[in-house]
Each structure stands twice: as C-alpha cells, then as structure tokens.
Design a binder for this molecule. Structure first.
Ligand SMILES: CC(C)(COP(=O)(O)OP(=O)(O)OC[C@H]1O[C@@H](n2cnc3c(N)ncnc32)[C@H](O)[C@@H]1OP(=O)(O)O)[C@@H](O)C(=O)NCCC(=O)NCCS
Length: 244
C-alpha cells in the first residue's frame, strides 16, 4: 500500500496524565531505551518527567502492538527538523505516527502506512492565552476570524487554530522552520489554505479536530484526496489500559 492509494485509518490515543500514580510511571520507565531515559532524567520538574515517560511508554507499547514486535525492538530516528520515524532493525516500521504532549495529556496518532505526512497536536483548553502570537505570526484571515469572535470565545478559537497549525507543521516535519503565515485555516470546518509561498495543494490535505475533557486535539494528514477516518481512543486516566 502506498500513501494516497486507499482509505486512511488513523487511531488517535489520548492519555490523561493527572491521575497517573508513581507505580504506573515506575512500571513504564524500563520500556524506554537508554537515550529516552537520559532525556527523562534531564527534566527539572517531576511532572514534565512523568509526562515524558508516559508519552514514550505509550508510543512504544502501541507501535510494538501494531507491528507485532517487542517494545524494545523499536528504534526512533529523527528527521532533518527532529521528526522521529520508527524502525525495526534496518527496516522502516510499517506505520506512521506523531506524538504530542501537554500539561495533563499525552496524544499519539498512528496510521498503518509508512512514510505518511501525519501530524498531531494537543493542548489544554485552560492554557493561558493572549492573541499577541496570532497577531504577530498568523495570517490576516486567521487574525480577522479570531478578533471577530466574542471575547469569551477567543482563547478556544486561538487554541483551535494553534493545534491545527501545529498539526500541519508536524505533519510535514518542518516544525517552526515553516513560516506560520504561509498557510491558514478555516478552523471550524477545518480546512487549510496555502499561500503561493508554500508548494502544497489544499485538496491533498485532510484535518480533523476534537474538543473533549478540557483539551483540544488536531490531526492532519497529506491524504492526496483519499478518504480518512479517525478513531479517537480515550484511555482510562489511571493509564492501566494503555499497558494492555
Ligand atoms: C517540535 C515542534 C514540531 C512541536 O513542538 P511542541 O508543540 O512543543 O510539542 P508536541 O508535544 O506537540 O510534540 C513533540 C513531539 O513531536 C515529535 N517531533 C519532534 N520534532 C518534530 C517535527 N519537526 N515534526 C513533527 N514532530 C516532531 C516528537 O515525537 C516530540 O516528542 P518528544 O519531544 O517527546 O520526543 C515544533 O513545532 C515546536 O517547537 N513548536 C513550539 C510551539 C510553537 O511555537 N508553536 C507554534 C504554534 S502555531
């Protein structure tokens, strides 16, 4: 199967982290390889370390299950701007994924085809927000939409846009090397538009968004016009279901 040749199925896992106990984190930590454990050790705040361990344990468990291998058989290689891909020995794992974490939630999107441009982003809806970032970096169409919202709806509107824009720059893997004003969203559809500065076709892209449980998530895929469906899987907040 090649990207764009058939319907795409994405599974999006959402793991709340506020209820994870020390035993769960301790059980997950050995799933991480030496490099991941060293990264975990570098966090200053314990809550950031716990989120990182939960994210990378969830990543290894879900990808290993999908590939039918042990979690330790997976190796992650960063691309030019840091986007990781999964490998089993010298072969790309037969899937594409993207990970996201924020205060209180870990998110992981997976589709069972290697080499897809898949991006995922999660943010907490109670995150402190001002429109300054949008005013400075977003497209005028997005800025006008945001400022046209009632004041009470602007923070949610901003986070809708933010997660969609992150899902795009994470799907391509360019991250913040991509000019945030070279594309824009109609967030409620959601639909992307590109300026001539970006050699992309809007028709090739599919985006989905979900607001639930105090979080907003956005997923994006260069699906080349093929149908896309997303299965949202909210894991129980103790994290025990993620272990199965
Ligand atoms: C790195 C970046 C791609 C995403 O960062 P982020 O939103 O802070 O982080 P998220 O939790 O959503 O995603 C991090 C994960 O994405 C993956 N990732 C790293 N670089 C990536 C890249 N270039 N493209 C896609 N995924 C990437 C990794 O798995 C990473 O997890 P890890 O650090 O535990 O290994 C980049 O866009 C960035 O630095 N953003 C900062 C936030 C910002 O200013 N956004 C503008 C809003 S429109």
């Amino acid at each position: 199967m090649t990207p764009g040749s058939t319907a795409h199925e994405i599974t999006a896992w959402l793991l709340p982290t506020a209820g994870l106990d020390d035993a769960m984190i301790a059980a997950w930590r050995p799933l991480l390889d030496a490099g991941e454990q060293a990264r975990a050790d570098r966090f200053v705040f314990d809550r950031h370390r716990r989120t990182f361990v939960a994210a990378h344990a969830l990543l290894r468990l879900r990808l290993a299950e999908a590939c039918g291998v042990a979690p330790a058989a997976l190796r992650f290689e960063p691309g030019a701007h840091g986007k990781p891909t999964a490998w089993i020995g010298g072969t790309p794992a037969p899937l594409s994924f993207n990970l996201s974490h924020t205060e209180g939630l870990v998110g992981l999107a997976v589709t069972p085809v290697a080499g897809c441009a898949l991006g995922f982003d999660v943010e907490a809806l109670d995150r402190r927000v001002t429109l300054d970032v949008a005013d400075r970096y977003f497209r005028p169409e997005e800025v006008a939409w945001l400022h046209g919202l009632p004041a009470a709806a602007q923070a949610e509107g901003f986070l809708r846009l933010w997660t969609l824009k992150e899902a795009f720059i994470k799907a391509t893997g360019d991250g913040l090397a991509c000019d945030l004003a070279s594309f824009w969203f109609e967030p409620l559809l959601p639909r992307v538009h590109f300026t001539p500065a970006l050699p992309e076709r809007a028709e090739a892209w599919w985006f989905g968004q979900r607001l639930a449980g105090g979080f907003v998530a956005a997923v994006g895929l260069r699906a080349a016009g093929s149908p896309v469906s997303v299965h949202w899987r909210e894991l129980d907040p103790t994290g025990r279901a993620a272990f199965r």
